[in-house]
Design a protein around this ligand. Sequence first.
Ligand SMILES: [Zn+2]
Length: 269
Amino acid sequence: MSKIIAILFFVFLWMNSTAQTHLSNTDLKLQLVKEVRGYLIDSLKLNVGEKFYTEFVDTDSMFYYVYVSQKDSVKKVTHDAYIYFGNYPTNAQLKADSFTQIGFDVMVYKTAGTSSAFLNKRLLQYDDLSLTFILIHEAIHRHKYNTGSKILYEYEEALCDVVANAYCGWMSHSSVKNYVDFVYRNEKIYQLINECAEFKITQLDAEKKIVKQLKQGTLFQNDRFNYPINNAFLLRYLNYSKHYFELAKWFVKKDKKIQSVKEYLAEQK
Ligand SMILES: [Zn+2]
């Protein structure tokens, strides 16, 4: 009897310590979110508006988007760059299927981070570097929107990634090695997407090479880039990759000052 009580006591202790570890991990992530939000608002003075990653959404942890392209070229079929389905994966898939049936290339993209800037379970599973990258990327979107900049969408996404890649290392207190690996992998993938769009490599080759990069990538990088490559994938990702390298070069020339990004956005009326 006393043995059973002793075992139960240890099970209780173990469960208690597991619960505490889990809790403190979430708390650490929330602390990082708070700290990064502080940098973005107080130090960089970005206009991120109200409720920037302060509230939880808990229906489904991901948000769904459908991209549709012509089959013989990278060309959008829908009015906007994508159709947004929020937390409704079934609706997104039904819409995607209806476009596939009439001969278009389709991508159902799911993400934990959007410019609606809610916290969710998946986001807090990401490593510090990835989580910080997402917050910076979305902060640039928000600033653009709140200041009324009319920057073209294909420059906007690239600019968000340029700033996020430049700042996520120090903001997340990551090691230099992790930071360099993370950014190298992102940039290698943009390069492969560009080469694929310029017909220097086939879609199949690009897909294989991207998958190879992602084997060492973070959970976020896998969530972001691990999809079959077709024209709908290129339609989405060329917004990030096509102008990335020219903007990254420009940002280096500007000593990576956030003020240059604000001025650049303000010039696009
Ligand atoms: Zn974006």
